[in-house]
Write a protein that binds this ligand. Structure first.
Ligand SMILES: Cc1ncc(COP(=O)(O)O)c(C=O)c1O
Length: 366
């Protein structure tokens, strides 16, 4: 069986026990016992045999709104954040003229828009001082009724908007009656984070994920949040009328109940790992960290002058069982210039990465 290059499967890696998973920003830390217990309880009760409520469990929806800190928002639980993004791009397509986003970025919403006939304007931000799509660049490409897809913190660079930057962006959005889709998949790792929904509630959708902060990537659980009026506009015909995994939702509820205990430990481990990767990259002489301190559970390393392209370096590291990601997946414009390394992993994995990285520091011919 083959898969398309756009959606690589990595199935072969699942059969290997030696892989250090530092390529997809997934979370490989010891899970909360409450989360594991909730999963076991749900399986024991055979909840996999029933459908969940279409919008998700009421408690889960309330906990997500609470976690976002905007209790007035309504929440729809989706099959991962990506399914919410797919639904938003296709449901909004008849009302918008184009998708505007950044390169580097996350490629799927542009592709979802294209499926529904929407053109894309992609703004190059890799060489911008803030490594983000800012209001002045946005103003150059925006049209009436655009769909602005903002990833914040930005996968793959780790840059994140200040409140003032978001205020300037929503001013452009408001002036053009544009919709904002604020992808907050990595919000929990940021030192500080503002929700565009707070500044522009009338046309902002916030997308939320349990894959990264809680480590539930395999359970496929996320959400879309917006004001009740706005959410109702796009969820009249939802993508998941039979609900998202009930087993997964039980785990998510348990995780959110324990959030205040889990998050400080998670952030501390992630921060320490980010620092360690920065140190070892500097010591190796191979590459330079692009954004420091990165605000997600990953960082990007620029390879200029190393002799390596990103695809070749990632292939070389995979020979050592170290899975990191080339920029080419997330940046048609600059992808050969950088790689991305995920850091929500056990510190011992960082050391495996360190050995493999340092061994390649001499360049591709060594
Ligand atoms: C920016 C961004 N949005 C959405 C997703 C998808 O998240 P989920 O696993 O919740 O579908 C990812 C996953 O890597 C991502 O990087």
């Amino acid at each position: 069986m083959t898969s398309t290059a756009a959606a690589p499967s990595f199935e072969a890696l699942l059969d290997r026990d030696d892989i250090v998973w530092m390529g997809q920003n997934t979370n490989h830390l010891e899970p909360l016992p409450e989360v594991v217990e909730a999963l076991e309880r749900s399986v024991a009760r055979r909840e996999f045999q029933v459908y969940a409520p279409a919008a998700g469990l009421s408690e889960l929806r309330a906990l997500i709104a609470d976690d976002l800190g905007l209790p007035g928002l309504d929440v729809w639980v989706t099959d991962g954040a990506v399914a919410g993004l797919h639904h938003l791009c296709t449901a909004l397509a008849p009302r918008v003229t184009q998708v505007v986003t950044s390169d580097p970025g996350w490629p799927w919403p542009v592709r979802f828009g294209a499926l529904a006939g929407l053109p894309a304007r992609v703004v190059s931000v890799y060489d911008e001082p803030t490594r983000l799509l800012q209001a002045d660049r946005l103003a150059e490409v925006v049209e009436e009724r655009s769909l602005l897809y903002l990833i914040d913190p930005l996968n793959p660079l780790g840059s994140s908007y200040t409140r003032a930057e978001l205020e300037a962006i929503v001013e452009v959005a408001r002036a053009t009656s544009s919709y904002v889709v604020h992808d907050c998949t990595y919000r929990h790792f940021a030192d500080d984070h503002t929700l565009a929904a707070e500044l522009y509630p009338e046309r902002t959708f916030t997308t939320y994920s349990f894959s990264k902060w809680l480590g539930l990537a395999g359970l496929r659980l996320g959400a879309v949040a917006a004001t009740p009026e706005l959410l109702a506009e796009v969820m009249a015909v939802p993508a998941n009328p039979l609900g998202s995994s009930l087993v997964g939702q039980r785990a998510a509820v348990a995780g959110l109940r324990a959030r205040d205990r889990w998050l400080p430990a998670l952030r501390a481990t992630n921060r320490a790992n980010l620092r360690r990767v920065e140190e070892l990259v500097a010591a190796s002489g191979l590459g330079e960290v692009v954004v420091s301190p990165a605000q997600g559970n990953f960082l990007a390393v620029d390879l200029a002058g190393s002799g390596w392209g990103s695809d070749a370096l990632c292939a070389a590291l995979l020979e050592d069982g170290v899975f990191i990601r080339p920029g080419t997946y997330q940046s048609p414009l600059h992808g050969e210039r950088f790689v991305k390394i995920s850091t929500s992993v056990p510190p011992a994995w960082i050391e495996r990465f360190a050995d493999a990285w340092t061994a390649r520091a001499g360049g591709p011919t060594r």
